[in-house]
Design a protein around this ligand. Structure first.
Ligand code: EPZ
Length: 421
């Protein structure tokens, strides 16, 4: 029988001290495919050492790119020998961001055959807007038995998104960077990783303006040179660590982060009675008293991020009063709540709102992760709980959090990993 692992946590220890944030997952998974657009080698630094990055290394190599990868140090990609255009089912299923290979390959050579992506099961997650964007730029797109077959010379055009989509915005930026003429994306996403991808592309000589607003203009360039680029720190890891510090009534300095990216979470934590202070690239979070219940609604940036809704709802399980958490982005992002109910959380879901009645204490229990941020929520719950929490299927967590056990242990958490049959 295959060996599996579980994470074990003895809860109740206040997190204290310092922790350094890793490079951003959702930036890295866009920047790595973007190296295919370069006409010279690129070096990327500050990449998190996580499963999604390993999967992308394998995909780049399978396309023929030369990849030199030293986890925790750098990745050098020479895209010149990459002549492949196919990403098969097994590779594409390893991560959501495999869909960026469509935009990158179309941008590079006007042809992509990429199987539908995998990633967290948090709703139906269609990619119709991505495909509509490629079609606006001149691609003929066909869905052939679960494989997206897109082909055509990219020619700049206006792209209007029906809804704000992070993935769609990034994919069209990739397809447009080397297009003939100018592309204008209307109703673009404004997340920090959109801005970081634009900075990366511009560091290769691309002409991307307006990233961080809802209109992005991309003047296609025929040649993009090599670059050395460090990705921004992970906004969601920063937020998860802030929540964990508050949840354990600890006192933690989170270093190497960008406090401006955290404003929506900071505002909610302050409303709960948590003390949050920041300076240039650090945030200190501490809690001495009780937490107050709050209401929140997930929104596109700069609103409260859906990726922090799950860990935040873990924190709210022991706040004084009743919190209402409304998820507006993904329709199935509450699967962690049933698991937390095993730990004593009092929660019910009505439509897209979780109603969380604060209880005095969570208790350790066996629980199972269903997706990446559900895993983060269970980690937070386990750190808060009285007794031992066993978290099954921790591989979801490994997809997005670098060295999470080591980081938590260094701040006083009692957490370890066991192999099970
Ligand atoms: C990205 O997913 C992130 N993934 C997600 O992070 C994150 O939760 C999400 O953006 C929102 O911030 C990566 O960066 C790899 P969307 P994505 O396109 O691109 C609908 C994590 O935990 N939609 O902004 O899939 C869609 O169904 C992960 O790190 C369409 O209908 O998100 C959703 O309701 C999970 N058609 C909404 O738009 C489309 O063509 C927003 O999705 C595209 C999206």
């Amino acid at each position: 029988m295959a060996k599996k692992e579980r994470l074990m946590i003895t809860g109740g220890h206040a997190l204290e001290g310092e922790v350094r944030v890793s490079g951003g997952k959702n930036t890295a998974v866009a920047v790595i495919p973007a190296t295919l657009l370069a006409d010279e080698p690129c070096v990327i630094e500050n990449l998190p050492d996580i499963e999604d990055i390993h999967a992308l290394v394998d995909i780049l190599r399978s396309l023929g790119a030369e990849v030199d990868y030293a986890p925790d140090a750098f990745m050098r990609v020479d895209p010149r020998p990459a002549h492949g255009c196919q990403v098969g089912y097994r590779d594409a299923q390893r991560l959501r961001a495999s869909y960026y290979m469509i935009g990158a390959l179309l941008g590079r050579q006007g042809k992509a055959e990429v199987a539908f992506p995998g990633g967290c099961k948090i709703g139906s997650r269609p990619i119709d807007q991505h495909l509509k964007g490629f079609q606006s730029l001149g691609a003929v797109v066909r869905d052939q038995g679960g494989v997206i077959n897109a082909e055509g010379e990219m020619i700049g055009n206006d792209v209007f998104f029906d809804m704000v989509t992070v993935g769609g915005t990034i994919n069209v930026m990739l397809a447009a960077a080397k297009a003939r003429g100018t592309t204008i994306i209307y109703n673009a996403a404004k997340e920090p990783h959109i801005v970081d991808l634009a900075n990366f592309l511009n560091s290769m000589g691309a002409k991307v303006k307006g990233a961080g607003t809802d209109v992005i203009r991309i003047k296609g360039q025929s040649y993009l040179h090599g670059t050395t680029y460090a990705v921004i720190p992970d906004q969601i890891e920063t937020g998860t660590l802030m929540i964990a510090a508050a949840a354990t009534h600890g006192d933690v300095a989170i270093r190497g982060c960008i406090p401006q990216h955290m404003e929506a979470l900071t505002a909610k934590l302050l409303e709960m009675g948590v003390k949050v202070t920041d300076n240039d690239d650090a945030i200190r979070v501490r809690t001495t008293g009780a937490h107050r219940a709050v209401n929140l609604k997930t929104q596109v940036y700069p609103g409260f991020p859906t990726d922090l809704q799950q860990p935040m709802s873990a924190l709210l399980t022991t706040a004084h009063g009743t919190s209402m958490v409304t998820e507006t982005i993904f329709e199935q992002r509450f699967r962690h709540l049933d698991e937390m109910a095993r730990m004593g959380a009092r929660v019910r879901v009505v439509d897209r709102t979780a109603i969380i009645e604060g209880v005095p204490q969570l208790y350790g229990a066996p629980v199972t992760t269903t997706d990446l941020r559900a895993g983060a929520a269970l980690l937070v719950a386990g750190l808060m709980a009285n007794g031992i929490t066993e978290i099954y299927e921790p591989e979801h967590i490994d997809r997005g959090y670098e060295h999470i056990e080591e980081k938590l242990r260094a701040m006083g958490a009692e957490i370890w990993r066991e192999t099970i049959e």
